[in-house]
Write a protein that binds this ligand. Structure first.
Ligand code: ATP
Ligand code: MG
Length: 291
């Protein structure tokens, strides 16, 4: 079964994250085999991104959401670094600025959605407004509880304008998170990544899981599905996400646009004429020619 089918949250499906194994690696996969496959998928992604850009009619929005240290940055580094920077961008959602907070919660997200031909990756997203905002009570329940429908409407509008939306929740265990925090403490090159907030947020784990379960259940739709990706093993996370993205781009029916010039006429007018001139030693661009 493809990972698209396997990990997709079906619209209306009840989610119990504690029943989904974050250490799942698919029994048929070994780390080495996976690396070859990841390279294949990333190669397909790169080729298809070129087509998406050339085609210029559709776009792709990839949403990455997770608890701290689940690997959002790793996904971006490993899977998107080979793509042509022209036509790809990443946007990280932090605490809203004063200007952002003075607008509706979708305002800042909408400004960053991809234009035709582009791929945009949201590192965190408008979903923070039903996650951190709910867990920390930054808005009243009467406010955040209306946002699921608003998000669905927003994403439906993007989708009907030609944007494919893929939303990934990177699922790790609390033990794996603690281990990754420890690595950040032990490795001087990673010290900068650890903050007090990481540990204090960790204490809110059950509240975050409840908020994620609600978001996954209420906002996985046909036009903007959520995928729950087992992410304790970084290689498996990369394998599953790269396959889903490459398969999705494949399905989009991308094609090179038709040319707007008469290729034969141009060939005859410039190339054949220049070849004839060069044959006579009259190539105007060649310093050693006779003319
Ligand atoms: P890392 O995993 O490397 O720490 P990060 O995505 O956690 O990366 P940070 O700069 O540490 O990046 O955190 C950004 C913070 O901004 C997160 O704690 C997130 O919850 C918060 N944030 C994002 N959107 C909102 C929002 N709408 N309201 C309040 N806080 C938000
Ligand atoms: Mg953080």
């Amino acid at each position: 079964m493809s990972y698209s089918k396997k990990f997709m949250v079906k619209p209306g499906e009840k989610i119990h994250l504690d029943k989904i194994d974050p250490a799942y690696t698919d029994q048929h996969e070994s780390h080495e085999k996976a690396l070859t496959k990841i390279q294949e998928h990333v190669g397909r992604m790169d080729k298809l991104q070129y087509l998406l850009y050339a085609d210029g009619d559709q776009s792709l929005l990839v949403v990455l959401q997770a608890l701290d240290a689940a690997g959002k940055d790793g996904v971006i580094r490993h899977l998107f670094s080979g793509m042509n920077p022209q036509g790809t961008s990443v946007f990280g959602f932090k605490q809203p600025s004063k200007e952002e907070a003075a607008h509706d919660f979708l305002w800042r997200a909408h400004q960053r959605t991809p234009s035709k031909g582009e791929i945009v990756i949201f590192n965190r997203s408008h979903y923070e407004d039903v996650l951190v905002v709910r867990v920390h009570k930054l808005a009243k329940k009467s406010i955040w509880s209306k946002r699921y429908d608003l998000i669905n409407d927003f994403e439906k509008m993007l989708s009907s304008n030609g944007t494919r939306i893929l939303k990934f929740f990177l699922h790790i265990s609390p033990e794996e998170q603690l281990e990754r925090f420890k690595q950040r403490l032990d490795d001087p090159a990673r010290n900068w990544k650890i903050t007090d907030a990481d540990y204090s947020e960790r204490e809110l784990w059950p509240k975050y899981i409840a908020a994620y379960e609600d978001a996954l259940e209420k906002t996985s739709t046909q036009h903007a599905p959520w995928y729950i990706i087992p992410a304790n093993h970084k290689w498996f996370r990369n394998l599953a996400i790269s396959e889903i993205i490459a398969d999705t781009l494949d399905e989009m029916g991308l094609k090179l646009p038709p040319t707007h010039v008469d290729m034969e006429a141009i060939r005859n007018k410039y190339h054949i004429a220049e070849q004839k001139q060069a044959g006579k030693g009259n190539d105007p661009l060649n310093k050693n020619s006779k003319s």
